[in-house]
Every structure is written in C-alpha cells, then in structure tokens.
Design a protein around this ligand. Structure first.
Ligand code: AHR
Length: 620
C-alpha cells in the first residue's frame, strides 16, 4: 500500500478530541480512585442498597466483650446521622476491614482522622493500630483524653510492613464508652499530594492518557435511579462530615468524599477541561422505577420544583467560576481554591428518552444557562442509540434550540466500526457539534482485546478526519475494580494494589498522546480491490501545531502483514527524528502493550492486527 499525502488539503480539527469519561460505576470512586482506605467510615451504609448492608458493614467488634451499637442522637452533622457507640472493658474495640482489606506499604505514612466523644465523661484513651492478617501490629498511635463533645482527632501512622489485607483496629485502653464517627485513613502519598486525595497509581495511569477533558460523574449516576436518586452536586461539597450519602444506581454506596471540588481539582491537575454532567430534570430512562420506562411511568422533577433545580445548576457555574465574593465562589475559596476553575462546558442530560417530559425540563435549563451564562457551552443529549432511529428526536431538538454540542453514546460490535467509517462524514455541519461521550467496541465475551481495541482505533482515525464536527470523544466506562464490576469492558481494571490497563486503554493513550489540531488529507492506494480488505486498513494524519510534529496513525485489521510505502516527500521529513510505536497481537489478545521502534518511512510493514503510530518533525 502507498500513502500519498495532500499537504495543502487540511482541515482544522478539535484540540479536545480525546478525553475521559469518569463514572462512579464498578467501584470507581469509593474503594477506587478516591484514596480513602476505610469502608463505611461514616456508618451510613443502609439496606436500601443491599439487604445485608447496615451501619456496621465492614466493621467488627474486636472481641466478644466489645459491644457495638449504632446511635443517631446528637450526630456530628444531620447529613451523617449514624455513629457507633463502643462499650468495652480495657482492650475491647472495633476493627474495619477496608474495601476487601487495607493495602499498606512499608515505611509509608498514613493520615488517620476520626471524630470521637466520651459521652459519660469517663477517662478513656484510644489505641489505634494497623494489624496484619495474623493480628500483628504494623503501625500504631494513641489518642489521649476524649472530650464530652465531638472532637476531630488527626494523627499519622507509619506502616512497618507491606501488606495487602491489613485492618484498622481502635481499642479502648480503659473500660468505658465512646462514640466514634468519620473514621478515615488515607495514604499520605496521594496524586499531587492533596488531602482527601486520589490514589496516586490510578490517577497517574489516567494522567498518562493526556486526556483533554474529564466528563463526570456519569453516565447513569448523574441522573440516578428515580427522582430521589438524581445526583445533586451541592450534596458533594464542603466538610466531609457534612456531605450527604447516596445509594449508587449501580448498587453500592456513595460517600461523596470524591465530590465536585475534588473532580474540578483533578481536572486542573490533569490540565483537562472539566465537563460536569447534570440531570436534565429527569432520572434514568425518565423512569420512576429502576430499569425500564414503562408506558405511563414517565416522570421528571415536578415543574413547581424545577425553578430551584435550575438555580442549583446556575449555582454550579458560580461555584466553578464565580469571584470569591459570590455565595458559591466563596465556598470554593473556603475549600482551598480561590481561583476559578474556568468551567467552559456543562452537559445537561444523559441518554434520556426525548419525550415531552424531557424536552420541557431540558429547555428550561438550557434557556436559563444561555441567558445567565452565555459563555458556557451546553452539551445536550442525543438520547439512546437504536439502530434505525439514530437519535432523530435529539437532533431535531438540537436544531430547534440551537444547542451547540450534542452527546451521543453507542456500544457496537467491531464490525459496526468497520462498516460505518463514513458515519460522521454524513453529519450536517450546520447543526450542533458532536461529543461522542460514550462508545466502545463490544464482543460477546465483553473483554477488551486487540480486535475491539483496533476497531476503536479505526473509529478514532475516522473521527480525526471529522474533527471539524466531532469536538470530543470519550471511551466508556473508564475504571473497574476487579471483582466489583457492573459493566464490562472498561478501560482500566484495578484492585487494591495493582492497576491493569487494557488493550483499549493503550489505543486511547496513543491517540491522546499523539493528538493534533489539523487534519491532513491523504490517499491510500492498495493493490487489493476487495472492499472488505480495504475497509480493514485505516489511516489518519494530523499535525500538532504546538510541537510542529506530524503524526501518522495506521490501523491494520487484517491477519496479514501489509507492506507500506509513503509518498510524504512533500512533508520534508526529518528522517533522523522519526519515532514509531506499534500495538499488535492476535485478535483475542488481552495483554498487548505498545512497543517503541524505529521505522523507515519509505518502506515499512504494518504488522497483522496492529495500530502503528509514527511521529516525525518536518525539516525546518
Ligand atoms: O457507561 C456505562 C453506562 O452506559 C452509562 O452509565 C450510561 O450512560 C450508558 O448506558
């Protein structure tokens, strides 16, 4: 095959093309990216999520003489009603098992905090220990003299061993009674060393993708399972003990420790645009119940409450961007960030059914944002994707309201990506731009393999060509804790100690690290005229105007090597500076990783089932 470059035939494309979609699914937040090591720190787990869950889930009495009970009288905060009362003789206590064990490393420091009071004003000291699975102490500290009213204690523990399944033990040194709440343990080493921060290894794996934006907090989590489960950003800010708790649509608990402040901060750390998504006044599938909307069960926030809901969204913009003298800007400053977060985009709705109930509420929100904050770009939702009806109602609304961006979601088999390479070539350039907010190639085993990853790479090549109309893309979902998944495949799997990126991750990483802002048109000449063969070779050439580099991406979905020559003389390649990276394997391969290599641009081969990324400088 030969590539002929048409150097002057170029198109400016979006410089936000590859970002990430963070949803709290698969234990992505609590027990995942959020570095808190204590599970159920606030004693707020409840059976409305899982019938076997209660305020003492993940907690155990230390011995038969330790009595644990749950109380709600005079809590630390009304949003955090439950706390534990421990009554025991000297040496009695309670222990937390973390999220399937607490993983600690030798010589690392851990920040412990808890609220305590001794209601009977008895003199009790607490001994706090990290214990390995054999009950051996691997780090300890003491809190002396508790007060009769709630007091927050903050201490540091250093672990003497590397252990996957430690537990945290709190013991009374004298017989007595104590109330405890918000028992928390964080590694001192979090991503960018923030307090209440993120797991450093997981966050760094995300940062290595060079995402240009972060969409959060969902997905279905954003609009929730019924009206009372809609995600309200105001519940997720401020002191941790004052944040509300919420059942997660995916069947577990949300402490909201990773809340809107932390999301904005993470975006800033990544150098990525924040894209919060709020519910469009309707829950998942506009349905009163979990699951599917049945005729007659459609619902939304009652219209008489929509005014307050719209105000919450305007307040979110003020929280992100307002001056420190504004009500919500002041709260951001109090959280430690007086400078604005420079919010530019906001998503309204997620895959909602485009019905009257939806349209009425969406329009109200959209008009209010446009009027009060014309500088903010609203991203509407195109609705669920059904072959044949492809977003028709959503796009009609986009055209009527002149919505600037529309969020599309689809999960299709690899063949769909091979046979729909002109999907965006056909899009109306006079209507909204596309944010492809969720997509992935799915095979029956629901694994991420070379086959699915190359289908995604092929799609991204076609999207780069259409980077004038497609403004942003994000694979979905991003994170999954092994053994705790509700959805597969995901981009990055992890457990308490390891991070395992998938093959699909490396495709996203290569496109993220080798993005450009101008597309250069080219022709691919193949000796084979069979359309089914031709469709399995993809290409994209972009120029990154910041570095001045040209990037050539080539996808080979054929089981055979393809000899390549390129007529890129027009580009005056500096042949000393050609770098190539190849991701290849057999179709079912789940472990392939990119390999850096050298390449002669005039004569090279595409390996069977591969993505090749070639980056070079033009001669000055
Ligand atoms: O990405 C997983 C889920 O898929 C999202 O929560 C939802 O938007 C979509 O249906």
């Amino acid at each position: 095959a030969t590539i002929n470059v048409r150097k002057d035939d170029t198109r400016q494309i979006s410089d936000l093309l590859v970002g990430i979609f963070f949803e709290d699914i698969n234990y992505a937040a609590d027990g995942g990216l959020y570095a808190e090591l204590i599970q159920n720190r606030g004693f707020e787990y409840a059976p409305d999520i899982r019938k076997e869950w209660n305020s003492l889930t993940a907690w155990n009495a230390y011995d038969a003489h330790s009595k644990l009970s749950i109380d709600t009288v005079s809590p630390i905060h009304i949003n955090n009603k439950h706390y534990v009362t421990l009554e025991a003789t000297a040496g009695g206590g309670l222990a937390n098992e973390g999220f399937g064990g607490i993983a600690v490393r030798a010589n690392e420091k851990y920040n412990l905090s808890l609220f305590a009071r001794a209601p009977d004003a008895n003199t009790v000291n607490l001994q706090i220990r990290l214990e390995d699975a054999n009950g051996k102490a691997i780090g300890q500290t003491t809190i002396k003299g508790l007060s009769k009213t709630w007091k927050k204690h903050e201490l540091t523990l250093t672990s003497s061993a590397t252990v996957k399944n430690a537990r945290l033990v709190i013991q009374l040194q004298q017989a007595g009674k104590v109330n405890l709440d918000m028992v928390s343990l964080f590694p001192e080493n979090t991503f960018r060393n923030h307090k209440n921060g993120l797991r450093a290894d997981l966050a760094q794996t995300i940062a290595d993708m060079k995402p240009r934006f972060v969409r959060f907090p969902g997905g279905c989590v954003a609009h929730g399972n019924g009206i009372d489960n809609i995600y309200h950003w105001k519940h997720t800010i401020g002191p941790l003990e004052a944040r509300k708790h919420q059942r997660n649509i995916w069947g577990y608990h949300q402490s909201y420790g990773l809340g809107y402040f932390e999301y904005f901060q993470f975006c800033e750390d990544l150098g990525a645009e924040p894209i919060p998504v709020v519910a469009a006044g309707v829950p998942c599938q506009n349905s009163a119940h979990n699951g599917h909307a049945l005729a007659g069960q459609q619902c939304g926030i009652p219209m008489e409450e929509m005014g307050d809901y719209v105000q919450d969204i305007l307040d979110l913009i003020e929280y992100a961007n307002g001056g420190v003298n504004t009500v919500w800007g002041k709260k951001r400053a109090e959280a430690g960030h007086p400078e604005p977060f420079n919010l530019k985009y906001i998503g309204v709705g997620n895959e909602d059914l485009i019905t009257d109930i939806f349209e009425e509420r969406f329009t109200m929100i959209y008009n209010a944002i446009k009027e009060k904050h014309p500088e903010i770009h609203v991203i509407g939702t195109a609705g669920p994707f059904y072959e044949g009806t492809d977003y028709i109602e959503g796009w009609k609304l986009a055209s009527t309201l002149q919505i600037p961006y529309m969020d599309e979601h689809y999960y299709n088999p690899p063949g769909w990506y091979i046979h729909n390479q002109d999907f965006y070539d056909k899009y109306d350039r006079s209507n909204a731009k596309v944010y492809l907010g969720e997509y992935a190639a799915h095979i029956p085993s629901r694994a991420s393999t070379i086959e699915t990853a190359l289908a995604e790479a092929l799609h991204l090549c076609n999207i780069e060509r259409n980077g004038d109309i497609v403004a942003m893309t994000s694979y979905a979902p991003l994170l999954a804790k092994t053994g705790n998944t509700q959805w597969n495949p995901d981009l990055i799997y992890f457990d308490n100690t390891e991070v395992n990126p998938t093959v699909g991750y490396y495709v996203q990483q290569l496109f993220g690290q080798h993005a450009g802002n101008a597309y250069i048109f080219s022709d691919l000449q193949l000796n084979n005229s069979d359309d089914n063969v031709r469709k399995r070779i993809g290409k994209s050439i972009v120029r990154d105007e910041v570095s001045g580099d040209i990037i050539l991406k080539l996808v080979n979905l054929l089981p055979v090597e393809v000899a390549m020559a390129s007529d890129i003389s027009e580009l005056a390649v500096d042949s000393e500076n050609v770098k190539a990276t190849i991701l290849s394997g057999t179709p079912a391969d789940k472990d392939a990783k990119p390999i850096d290599t050298k390449i002669d641009l005039n004569n090279f081969k595409l390996q069977p089932y591969s993505l090749t990324v070639i980056r070079f400088k033009e001669k000055k």
